[in-house]
Design a protein around this ligand. Structure first.
Ligand SMILES: Nc1nc2c(ncn2[C@@H]2O[C@H](COP(=O)(O)OP(=O)(O)OP(=O)(O)O)[C@@H](O)[C@H]2O)c(=O)[nH]1
Ligand SMILES: [Zn+2]
Length: 364
């Protein structure tokens, strides 16, 4: 029997997963938008050798408008800014532009040469890919004459900017679920969901046997390695996780989604960079911005999709974050009640919780 070999060719989603992994390792990726093609390298994983190959190619550094504001670079493209690499560029310059760690001790000095002509979606795609790879959101971009030829000659992954900028939710597939007796309830069950783009898996912990026709006590918990596992006092995540599970156990039913969106979606390494900036006096939102991120990079549609896949359409949501309620409702779920979850305040996280209330609209 013969099979059509086209089935072996990676799909758009699979190419995207490859591109994300390549950038994480420092391997360049070719991004096309119609006839326009560029080579993209993540600033964080760039090496001296690869930077040297860019000389004479007219490369620019693309950063987000948030990072540009810190560096006082004009963001002519709105959400992103492009800066020409200086002729004598070295790795230290690229890293310091991308990483705010030394902004205070040795500020980057201009004049910067901002770029403003040409297509911008390939640059946006580069930023989107670095974020997906949980790297600093900054990339070096060099124009190419023939993207296809360059990619095949150098064995590089090539993808359309559109694929990286697609905002549709990647389908999530249930992988397995099994009984898991827990201290809060012996009737526990853990479900694993896997996104088709090879990104992080997400988990649902079902407690008891919740009635699918009635509102279920639910929590969308975002991963916090430091709070959930290490007992960090810098946030309230650990006590919130525990408190939600205890409440579900005592009510006899509930569902807790453990979404692997560490650090409000920026990844653990970037969250630690944010903590390091907080040690320099910036608050949690300012730290995200200086790194080049939005306040919150999470995608709560994932939570809505998992709830739906588990058969739930109405929830009593354990949260202090009105954004979670709004996002679930915009995805078609009914939030019948907000159940406050105020636990774990201590002297180390008071300022963090106050910032969330003041700047992110968290309810007290
Ligand atoms: N970027 C960043 N992330 C943080 C910081 N402190 C905690 N986090 C992350 O923030 C997220 C908190 O998750 P949740 O507790 O589910 O969300 P929340 O928005 O506080 O909403 P509720 O707890 O439901 O009220 C986790 O992913 C943590 O890892 C920080 O200073 N910076
Ligand atoms: Zn936390």
């Amino acid at each position: 029997m013969t099979f059509p070999t086209t089935a072996l060719i990676p799909t758009l989603t699979e190419r995207l997963a490859r591109a994300r992994a390549d950038l994480g390792m420092g391997v360049p990726v070719v991004v096309c938008d119609g006839d326009h093609a560029v080579m993209i390298l993540a600033a964080e994983t760039l090496t001296e050798q690869r930077l040297a190959t860019l000389k004479g190619m007219d490369p620019v550094l693309t950063i987000t408008a948030h990072r540009a504001a810190t560096l006082k670079v004009p963001a002519y493209d709105g959400d992103i800014a492009r800066v020409a690499l200086p002729n004598d560029v070295d790795l230290r310059w690229v890293r310091a532009m991308a990483d705010p760690a030394d902004d205070l001790s040795s500020p980057m000095k201009g004049p910067f040469k901002p770029a403003r002509e040409g297509q911008t979606d390939v640059h946006r795609a580069g930023i989107a890919l670095t974020k997906m790879a949980r790297l600093l959101p900054a990339c070096v971009v060099a124009p190419l004459d023939d993207g296809s030829a360059f990619a095949s000659m150098h064995d590089l992954t090539r993808l359309d900017a559109k694929t990286a900028l697609d905002t549709d939710l990647t389908p999530l597939d249930p992988v397995i679920s099994a009984r898991l007796p827990l201290d809060v309830s012996e009737a526990g069950r853990l479900h694993i969901f896997r996104p088709e783009d090879g990104a992080e898996e997400h988990y649902a912990i079902e407690i008891g046997n919740p009635d699918r026709a009635a509102p279920v006590l639910a929590r969308l918990h975002s991963a916090c390695f430091t709070g959930d596992v290490l007992g960090s006092l810098k946030c309230d995540c650990g006590p919130q996780l525990r408190g939600a599970m205890v409440q579900m156990g005592s009510e006899g039913a509930g569902v807790l989604l453990y979404l692997n969106q560490e650090g409000r979606g920026i990844g653990l390494a970037n969250k630690m960079r944010a903590y390091s900036l907080q040690n320099q006096g910036f608050d949690t939102v300012e730290a995200n911005h200086r790194l080049g991120f939005a306040d919150d990079e999470r995608d709560f549609r994932i939570g809505a999709e998992i709830l739906r896949k588990l058969g739930f359409s109405q929830v009593r949501l354990l949260t202090n974050n009105p954004e979670k309620i709004a996002k679930l409702e915009s995805c078609g779920l009914t939030v019948t009640e907000r159940v406050p979850l105020k636990v774990g305040e201590n002297r180390h996280n008071q300022a963090y919780l106050a910032t969330k209330a003041k700047k992110s609209g968290h309810l007290l």
